[in-house]
Write a protein that binds this ligand. Structure first.
Ligand code: EPU
Length: 428
């Protein structure tokens, strides 16, 4: 796969006030694709992954796999990964800085080669995001960890089975631990694991590879194997893209049908949208319709691990609250610095007061178009949503954040009737 990854400062120009109508297909999940692509490192056999969205982050994942020595080839809808030739176990700084999820190579590389070297991820704009919980599992199972010159050096001769309780529920920490313990032929127990659908999608893949995994409540019992098989898998639909489009349909007073979703993964999002006044009709296990048009009621939202309300939808719902008929409260419990979009929304006329992890949002009559800056992936999505309902023109800058995680978002919104264009870097 070619290296197409680059940071640009392209922008979106949006003319607000259009009502979104129509049907749209949701892409495959970014956060399910990344660990599943990395799981290919556990085997020598060819792996086939379908539904991987075309994004900066998935391109970075392909580059990373190739830099480790794997062959990555697109084949129509699928990506084929041949990991037989992997001969390098180092994830360099340039890649980890671009995509934190690069740390997901630690578990599989350690399991297959007994060695991994990964640049230490720093904090990021949404919080400190330490990886201590990942390292604690590796260490308990016998890995030696040294941090030198900004790199984490991990080595293990033989993975010991563990009985371990995570102190913090972590998505990629759980994924790394599951991939790592897939290399241990004896039974391990992990408690207080993350149960996000993306984690369960990885579990499905690991089972296809020959790992025995049972999950009950927040406990996983896992028994790996010395020799894991290749797999063929289609990733689950992206529930955050689905949620973002649902908010777009509702906010603009439109009627949007989403296809290729997994309704069972959208429970909390549907519940909050209905509470806000949306009509959400479940058409099948894989499709639903969202209708807006009436009042937008204020909400009380508190982010939590799945099945709670996702932190990755908090920014988008803040837009909805900013034009609701009353005062909403949003509490961010997962990341300590995930309200940066609030300041940008204020530039568009929103009335938001942030104190620590609580945002009080007083609904205003209308937002007004302005020039705003993306600070992270979901913050960018919220600014696009705000632009769709604001009066006049909104310019959303630094949209490379958005390109990391949404496939063709502006095209999809245009198909639904939005007026949104991508401005090339030179015109911004
Ligand atoms: N944490 C620790 N120690 C650890 C790991 C996590 O203290 O070793 C803390 C974090 O600092 C954070 C909380 O635990 O406060 C939860 O972090 P988690 O590890 O669950 O986050 P992550 O695995 O790094 C994934 C998604 C994020 C999503 C979060 C929460 C991927 C690649 N990323 O991150 O997605 O917000 O889970 O659901 O799966 C996004 O797509 O925009 C995004 C940020």
């Amino acid at each position: 796969m070619r290296n197409t990854t680059s940071y640009t400062s392209e922008a979106f120009i949006i003319e607000g006030g259009r009502t979104l109508r129509g049907a749209i297909r949701v892409s495959g999940s970014k956060n399910a694709s990344l660990p599943i692509l990395m799981a290919s490192l556990l085997t020598r056999e060819v792996c086939s992954v379908e539904g991987v969205p075309h994004l900066l982050d998935t391109q970075t994942a392909f580059e990373l796999l190739e830099s480790l020595g794997a062959r990555v080839e697109p084949d129509g809808e699928r990506v084929l990964i041949n990991p037989a030739s992997v001969n390098n176990q180092k994830a360099p700084k340039e890649v980890v800085r671009r995509m934190r999820a690069s740390v997901l190579v630690m578990g599989p590389l350690l399991a297959r080669f007994g060695r991994a070297v990964v640049s230490m991820p720093g904090g990021c704009s949404i919080g400190v995001r330490s990886i201590d919980q990942h390292l604690k599992v590796f260490e308990k199972a016998g890995a030696r960890i040294k941090i030198k010159h900004g790199y984490i050096n991990l080595e293990v001769e033989r993975i010991r089975p563990v009985e371990h309780t995570f102190e913090v529920i972590t998505v990629t920490g759980t994924e790394n631990a599951l991939m790592f313990l897939s290399g241990c032929e004896r039974r391990s127990i992990l408690r207080n694991i993350a149960l996000e659908p993306e984690v369960i999608d990885l579990v499905d893949v690991l089972r296809k590879m020959g790992v025995e995994i049972e999950i009950e409540d927040r406990t996983a019992i896992i028994k790996g194997s010395g020799e894991l098989r290749g797999f063929s898998h289609r990733v689950i639909p992206d529930r955050i893209e689905a949620g973002t489009l649902m908010v777009a349909g509702f906010l603009t007073g439109g009627e949007v049908v989403l296809e290729d979703v997994r309704v069972e993964h959208l429970g909390n999002i549907i519940e909050k949208l209905r509470e806000a006044g949306a009509l959400v009709d479940i058409l099948s296990l894989n499709s639903l319709r969202v209708k807006g048009g009436g009042n937008i009621e204020p909400l009380s939202i508190s982010t939590a691990e799945y099945p709670g309300f996702p932190t990755d939808m908090q920014a988008q719902f803040m837009v909805l609250c900013s034009i609701a008929k009353g005062v909403s409260e949003i509490r961010e419990n997962i990341f300590e610095n995930r309200f940066q979009h609030a300041a940008e929304l204020q530039r568009m006329g929103a009335d938001i007061h942030v104190r620590d992890r609580l945002a009080i949002v007083r609904g205003v009559e209308k937002l007004s178009g302005a020039e705003v800056y993306s600070t992270d992936l979901r913050a960018s999505a919220s600014l696009v949503l705000a632009g769709l309902v604001a009066e006049g023109i909104t310019l959303v800058k630094d949209i490379y954040h958005l390109d990391r995680g949404y496939e063709r978002l502006e095209e999809k919104l245009r198909e639904l009737g939005a007026t949104i264009e991508r401005l090339p870097q030179k015109d911004v």
